[in-house]
Design a protein around this ligand. Structure first.
Ligand code: AKG
Length: 441
């Protein structure tokens, strides 16, 4: 190992390790002093997470614990997290133990922070109002990557019925759900728990039914009867809203309002109906681990339970449920295309003792690999100049999908391997860390 370069300012010292006694394994997660200077915090977190994902050693405590077998049995049951609770379980199985990432070094949340709320009322009637909304969207997309929209045009009864329909699906008898259970990510309709169950280091407390509309949903017969009609209606409504928001985002980038729509950003939808059951030990797991979305944009419908949090200025900030509102967030592809004018930020969902919590995530992108095309995404040429050189290289959809499926929800952004040589070199200056492994006993 190379000697520690004491005189090199760009190196970071590992200040502590965090063993995880709950898992009866040695989990070593170095904590670093924070990045100096003006580089973005995002880059800081991306880099550190990328280079030092959790390091897991051989099992030391409980030598009989076989995680692989536990995960396999869970998957074979085809009844998800809800099935565990239905069977009378009161302590969560070890495979769900999530080690919170100490690399984040997050501060306690500042109660002054709140996700921007943007009112879309009358944006087609008043050009002054529309200009103000475009400014708000630009600011929210640059600073937060997240905002809530109200008066967005999706009828309240459609939103309520969509939440009920997803709940009905998950709460029907297990035997009726099992035919939809699948790990085949190319299926246009499927029920599963933890999309990357066999890849992620920890499973999380959520079950999902997903639907692909690219551009249309499947033949109605192939959708579960308990939510068929509402899924069709919701897909229609959420796509219409998506088109409006893509127009506003295009204008916020200084582009023609149809720019993103003309790139077919609103063509393919991947709708996920999520069910987060109540959790008997919410401090040991998460509803969903920290991640960014790798699509153009995501629109989220949530019920009134809460649990979604956004990482903003190194603090986890709640996205409070708001009657009638929908949550919008920028995805990795839009961050890449906007050349970092808009940011795709980390978010996660906390597990809670109350539940179930229902949410519906609509990703504007088909996440199945069957639609792997040679379509290329790169920084939008109109946004580039000598002062604004491309931060990312052009990348094909095929490459993005391969990258997405090759990794689990490990806390790293999909953008890391796509950053241009200039950016990569910013990452690479830091590679000579001194790593000290302290056994935990
Ligand atoms: O359920 C939520 O609130 C967020 C879900 C989410 O982030 C996702 O599905 O990627």
């Amino acid at each position: 190992m190379k000697p520690w370069p004491e005189n090199e300012q760009n190196y970071y010292k590992i200040s502590s390790f965090h063993p995880c006694p709950k898992r009866k394994k040695i989990f070593l997660s170095p904590t670093f002093s924070s990045l100096q200077g003006t580089e973005s915090q995002n880059l800081d977190l991306l880099y550190f997470s990328a280079k030092f994902p959790f390091m897991e050693s051989e099992s030391v405590g409980d030598s009989t614990y076989d995680r692989k077998a536990e995960v396999q049995a869970f998957d074979d049951s085809k009844t998800g997290v809800k099935g565990l609770l239905d069977s009378g379980m009161t302590k969560i199985p070890s495979m769900f133990y999530v080690k919170l990432d100490p690399l984040e070094n997050t501060k306690p949340s500042d109660s002054n922070f709140s996700i921007p709320i943007i009112d879309l009322q009358d944006i087609y009637k008043s050009s002054l109002l529309r200009c103000q909304v475009v400014d708000q969207i630009r600011s929210a997309s640059q600073k937060w990557g997240f905002f809530q929209v109200i008066n967005h045009g999706v009828p309240k009864d459609v939103m309520d019925e969509m939440i009920s329909g997803i709940c009905r699906f998950h709460e029907q008898e297990a035997e009726l759900k099992k035919p939809f259970y699948s790990r085949d990510s190319n299926k246009k309709v499927r029920y599963f728990s933890n999309s990357k169950l066999f890849r992620d280091y920890a499973a999380t407390w959520r079950d999902t039914i997903s639907f692909v509309a690219n551009p249309d949903l499947l033949n109605p017969e192939q959708l579960p009867a308990v939510c068929r009609d509402i899924v069709f209606e919701y897909a229609k409504q959420v796509r219409a809203l998506g088109i409006i928001i893509f127009e506003l985002l295009s204008e916020a980038l200084g582009l023609n309002s149809s720019y993103l729509k003309d790139m077919d950003a609103a063509e393919a939808l991947h709708i996920m109906g999520n069910y987060y059951p109540h959790c008997p030990e919410p401090d040991l797991t998460l509803g969903l681990t920290k991640h960014t979305d790798f699509d153009f944009m995501t629109i989220l419908l949530q019920d009134q339970i809460g649990g979604l949090q956004v990482l903003h200025q190194n603090q986890w900030v709640d996205v409070p449920p708001m009657q009638g509102a929908l949550v919008v967030n920028i995805g990795d592809i839009l961050q890449l295309m906007s050349n970092d004018k808009f940011v795709s930020v980390y978010h996660r969902v906390k597990a809670k003792t109350v539940g179930p919590r229902i949410s519906v995530t609509t990703f504007f992108m088909d996440l199945t690999t069957s639609e792997c095309t040679s379509q290329v995404y790169g920084p939008i040429k109109e946004l580039l100049s000598d002062e604004n050189p491309p931060l990312y290289r052009d990348v094909t959809r095929k490459e993005i999908m391969e990258n997405y499926y090759a990794k689990g929800l490990d806390g790293n952004s999909y953008l890391i391997p796509l950053s241009s040589a200039r950016c990569q070199s910013m990452f690479n200056v830091h590679i000579n860390f001194r790593v000290l492994i302290i056994p935990y006993n």
